[in-house]
Write a protein that binds this ligand. Structure first.
Ligand code: VGL
Ligand code: ZN
Length: 215
């Protein structure tokens, strides 16, 4: 059995300009996680990045629903969808990964939210809950059994990815100080309770060396 460091992967969720101050969907303090991630990353042999990657006419954008405002919810065939300000449009600077990230060992970037009619908070399954990104199969094939998640935003894409990671059979932990939240209408508290119910552990960056058997 390979040791735990070989079987672990760091999953960096949506560390993109769109979620930084000044971005399309800014998350308070979003840029503060970059140095935290850069300090964590050298502990990991395996890393995967996700990238929110929407067409300009994406169904999750309030601007594509005349008369609607950002942060309202609408009913779609797959369920309730929050309408967001326009963010992370394919090929724009807003969609680019933060230039300051230092994770050279990352081998895979999963782009999500590119189907016009389906959003995808999760790195594993789109919001229709049927369309897979292929990430679980990739990680299983690579012999990865444990995931450490961080990035933006804690209460949307990080939480959805962590809960789906558990459903796909992985151990999962969220590194809280390497995340920042949107926290609209109690979404952060709800996300932590959903993650806890799913068996996602809540860690800080200081826990990581010991987790990986390095301390
Ligand atoms: C996200 C809302 C819309 C996220 C992405 O990365 O958490 N949230 N698109
Ligand atoms: Zn999005």
């Amino acid at each position: 059995m390979p040791d735990i460091a070989e079987r672990s992967a760091l999953i960096l969720v949506d560390v993109q300009y769109g979620f930084m101050p000044g971005g399309g969907l800014p998350v308070a303090g979003g840029d503060e996680i970059v140095p935290v991630i850069n300090a964590l990353a050298p502990h990991f042999q395996n890393a995967v990045l996700t990238q929110d990657w929407h067409p300009a006419d994406h169904i999750s954008f309030a601007a594509n629903h005349p008369g609607r405002e950002a942060m309202e919810s609408i009913s779609l065939p797959y369920g309730e969808q929050v309408l967001w300000p326009t963010h992370c449009v394919q090929g724009t600077r807003d969609a680019a990964l933060h230039d300051g990230l230092r994770v050279p060992q990352a081998q895979l970037i999963v782009r999500k939210g590119f189907h016009r009619e389906v959003d995808s908070y999760s790195a594993f399954l789109e919001a229709d809950r049927r369309t897979t990104t292929g990430l679980a199969a990739y990680l299983h094939a690579r012999g990865i059994t444990r995931l450490y998640l961080c990035g933006l935003a804690t209460d949307f894409c990080v939480a959805a990815s962590a809960v789906d990671a558990r459903a796909a059979g992985f151990e999962a932990a969220v590194i809280e100080d390497a995340c920042r939240a949107i926290d609209a209408d109690g979404s952060l508290a709800r996300a932590w309770s959903d993650m806890q119910a799913a068996g996602v552990r809540r860690l800080t960056a200081a826990d990581i060396p010991a987790e990986l058997g390095a301390a």
